[in-house]
Design a binder for this molecule. Sequence first.
Ligand SMILES: *[C@@H]1O[C@H](CO)[C@@H](O)[C@H](O)[C@H]1NC(C)=O
Ligand SMILES: *[C@@H]1O[C@H](CO)[C@@H](O)[C@H](O)[C@H]1NC(C)=O
Ligand SMILES: *[C@@H]1O[C@H](CO)[C@@H](O)[C@H](O)[C@H]1NC(C)=O
Length: 353
Amino acid sequence: MSGDNKIRIGVMSCTNIVRKLSRAINLAPNATIAAIASITTSIQETKSFAASNGFPPTVKIHSSYESLLEDPDVDAVYVPIPTSLHLEWVIRAAWNGKHVLLDKPVALNVSDFDLIVAACESNGVQFMDGTQWMHNPRTTKINELITDSESFGHIKSVHSCFSFAASETFLKNDIRVKPGLDGLGALGDAGWYTIQAVLLANNFKLPKTVTALSGPVLNDAGIVLSCGALLSWEEGVTATIYCSFLANLTMEITAIGTKGTLRVHDFVIPFQETEASFTTSTGTCVNDHKVMTELPQEACMVIEFARLVGEIKNKGTKPDGFWLSISRKTQLLVDAVKESIDNNLEPVFLSGR
Ligand SMILES: *[C@@H]1O[C@H](CO)[C@@H](O)[C@H](O)[C@H]1NC(C)=O
Ligand SMILES: *[C@@H]1O[C@H](CO)[C@@H](O)[C@H](O)[C@H]1NC(C)=O
Ligand SMILES: *[C@@H]1O[C@H](CO)[C@@H](O)[C@H](O)[C@H]1NC(C)=O
């Protein structure tokens, strides 16, 4: 296809996640990096960042986010900046008509996120959060199996953990432990994934109550470094999540149905980029499943985003609200866990939220 049809993405900042995403954009056939804006590096440094990460030579270099958002040659922006800056910059992006791929957590709370949603809706721009594993072909397969009542039955309980042992430097300096930057700490980072996993296993239905488990660990500034929660649906369906910067690397989902059990050991970042596995079991019989992934999951995410933006740009359709609704539910549950932690582990009731 001609380069003119590609979705032209502008990226904000020169961080490691931009390195990963720019590789994904280069691998996605319908997307291209059109511009980059960095406010923490000089034009020269940004240029060499672009060159060393395989950006097209035509990439435009901006020294402010404003000028990136005003660039008529940019269709969409990838926004990996600290969460406390999302509200301002995503709203500005939307009012400039730019579609938005936004890193998680999407906001500091759901009321802030609703302002982002309103700006995207007023301006007809596509919104998607940057949770990569949701776009792995394995996730589609898992979803099919869990919703197959013949082999899985219906969901009874699901448990998801994402932990890693952060270095001392990380625990001192990373934006994810700083109140003014990513104030939701491990809950907004690792916890975000576990919450999407338990939502997926429940067909994206919100639980009735959320109760934080005892023993959350907070740093001196009150940022969550480690916590767990119990989520309950009608008819005794339950889930637990655990997220931590203080425990060994673990990326698990165990989903238990009335007829089968599904287990994933590397759900956030597959151990192998080109092949993702999981098991299902019924009784004592365990089946290994392997899903081949031609492209890394972050490229699958960019392809899906470019497809949705392409529908709007080329066919004039309305934005698709599916991913936005999942982001909102996830944020709502992140907020509920935080609220329970802040209220002596009291349950939080979600009806009407
Ligand atoms: C949401 O977060 C913003 C920014 O921290 C804060 O100003 C606002 O009061 C919060 N809203 C609620 C309902 O907690
Ligand atoms: C996690 O545990 C394994 C052993 O189970 C160990 O080899 C590894 O070093 C641990 N990782 C970290 C980051 O502590
Ligand atoms: C990529 O763009 C081409 C041409 O506009 C279109 O036919 C195709 O469906 C697009 N593919 C995806 C995955 O969006």
